[in-house]
Design a binder for this molecule. Structure first.
Ligand SMILES: Nc1ncnc2c1ncn2[C@@H]1O[C@H](COP(=O)(O)OP(=O)(O)OP(=O)(O)O)[C@@H](O)[C@H]1O
Ligand SMILES: Nc1nc2c(c(=O)[nH]1)N[C@H]1C(S)=C(S)[C@@H](COP(=O)(O)O)O[C@H]1N2
Length: 195
């Protein structure tokens, strides 16, 4: 059985040039490590805000590396150098508008400027590609959602929908730690039986 493969891409001019240390890849890798209980292989890329390079990186991760899920961070704002959504849409076969809509809903609970973030979620082949904002702290916020003071989820994080989306695209099974993110699947979508 194919094992789960995940690509993470930090898109930052300054981090890729060594002007400041990249916090995007560590934040993504740490969050995934505590959220996903299924074994998976991780591919990591740190690149600048160049549309052609972003497109090539996304295609390489999906088409050559066989990543079932690719998460990007950075380059989603309105600045002229922010071109992650354009690059993602350029390699997309289908758009999944709900991911961007939900992220902006979540982010409004953290920053009033959340509507400046143009993140998109798309499908390329059988793979799901999701843009996250560039602020390292926004990675956990958007993936996990908004919690109340008791720690209960008030606004569902986008990762709660990722496992079922991957399943509908005939990708390997993904199981999450319910304490971090409670993956939603309809009752009809049962886990594969043990061989
Ligand atoms: N990879 C990163 N590592 C650390 N901090 C980051 C990273 N990416 C973004 N940030 C922080 O989040 C802010 C907003 O992210 P954004 O993607 O808009 O970056 P930016 O202002 O275009 O600059 P750059 O592309 O050079 O990171 C940045 O100004 C920076 O403070
Ligand atoms: N959850 C969350 N979303 C967020 C933020 C944040 O701090 N937390 N910052 C916002 C801001 S200020 C901007 S300009 C956009 C920009 O996205 P970028 O950092 O990818 O350019 O993300 C927004 N979304």
């Amino acid at each position: 059985m194919t094992s789960l493969r995940i690509g993470i891409v930090s898109i930052s001019d300054r981090a890729s040039q060594g002007i400041y240390p990249d916090k995007g890849l560590p934040a993504l890798a740490e969050w995934l490590a505590q959220a996903i209980v299924t074994p998976y292989h991780l591919e990591q890329r740190l690149i600048g805000d160049e549309q052609r390079v972003i497109e090539q990186t996304l295609c390489e991760l999906v088409d050559q590396q066989g990543c079932h899920l690719v998460l990007t961070t950075g380059g989603t704002g309105p600045a002229l150098r922010d071109v992650t959504p354009e690059a993602t849409l350029a390699v997309a076969h289908r758009v999944m508008p709900g991911f961007g809509e939900q992220m902006r809903q979540i982010s409004l609970h953290y920053v009033p400027t959340a509507i400046l973030s143009r993140q998109v979620g798309v499908i390329r082949g059988q793979s799901l590609i999701l843009n996250l904002p560039g602020q390292p702290k926004s990675i956990k916020e958007t993936l996990e959602g908004v919690r109340d003071e008791q720690g209960n989820i008030r606004v569902t994080g986008i990762f709660a929908s990722v496992a079922y989306c991957l399943q509908l695209l005939d990708n390997p099974w993904l199981e999450t730690d319910k304490a971090v993110v409670n993956s939603f699947r309809p009752k009809s979508a049962q886990p594969p039986s043990e061989p």
